[in-house]
Ligand binder design. Sequence first.
Ligand SMILES: *Cc1c(COP(=O)(O)O)cnc(C)c1O
Length: 379
Amino acid sequence: MSDWTNVIQAATIHDPLSGAVNTPIQLSSTFNQTDFDHFGHFDYARSGNPTRESGEKAVAALEHGKYGYLFSTGMAAISSVLFTLSAGDDIVVSKHVYGGTFRILSDILPRWGITHTLVDFGDLDAVKAAIKPETKALYIETPSNPVLKITDIRAIVAIAKDNDLITIADNTFLSPFLQNPLDLGVDIVVHSATKFLAGHSDILAGAVVTNNSDLADKIYFIQNAVGATLGVLDTWLLLRGIKTLGVRMTQSSQSAQKIAQYLEGHDKVARVLYPGLATHEGYTIHQSQSKSGGAVLSFDVGSADNAKVVVEALTIPIFSVSLGAVETIISYPPKMSHAELNVEELKDTGITPGLLRFSVGLEDVNDLIADLEQALALI
Ligand SMILES: *Cc1c(COP(=O)(O)O)cnc(C)c1O
């Protein structure tokens, strides 16, 4: 079945009782049991509820997985996956990992005896060299934030299988409409569903999907035990957002491709980072594992002063953190998502002082280019 059909079928789960086309919002924390000895499928809503279950089936179907879990935020989802590790375990992580994930790995897990090793996942020999007897998993994010580095998913999976490790992939940047890591052998996919899946800058949500029943049992155990679950109202909004995932991703990534090409030819722009450009270092690998370059690009206008001029002159995009919404969002990573990094760390991860991240929404691409044109003319 085509991904387009899959998106609509996955997100449109009819109510078996009434025939209502949309999943009902079941505001119940507990469920009446009719048999003293045998309890029903639902008992207490932290353990499971019909609305969240519909959302979980939807994200699982989108990622071509059997088991899906929804969490209150992307960080709750990622933390719950990391909580499957135990004292003495190590995890090898891309050094371009999302800042919130880095914070859990560096400030919380070491207190519980779980360590991590940061590696440039573009260097496969370095990944192999980082694997120790206590390594349990490889953690990737492709394209990465905000420099859009590409990791070869198949190659990392092969290294993991050789070493009896599991692979975890954060697939937030492309959404399941453009990339399906489970199909390439990844064991666990995580999402900030706050971004493209929900798509409207309205809710916070996180998702985990796997095909492995042992891993699914462990993640469900943690979801139920810790309780960072997605509420029913937010689940409904997530399902509503997912229905248009196909059209949003297609339109926004077409626009992003045009904007990247426009910026690449602009003399005020020092560098454009977008995996849909043939000049991008990860272009060939990206083409082999994804449907398009996606809706996020970054570009360098040479200096922090220039970045300020451009941001202040733009009239269409909102200036904020976050990405993956119907409105175009421009961010300044050195002061926003990566504010915790020092000058050395920023340099090491390629986050130069003039770098701006652009998450393309659904506005007319010609309007966005005209807006960039007038803003860039000022520097
Ligand atoms: C936003 C984001 C997260 C964290 O998700 P929240 O929903 O904000 O908790 C994780 N990974 C990536 C790549 C993100 O962009």
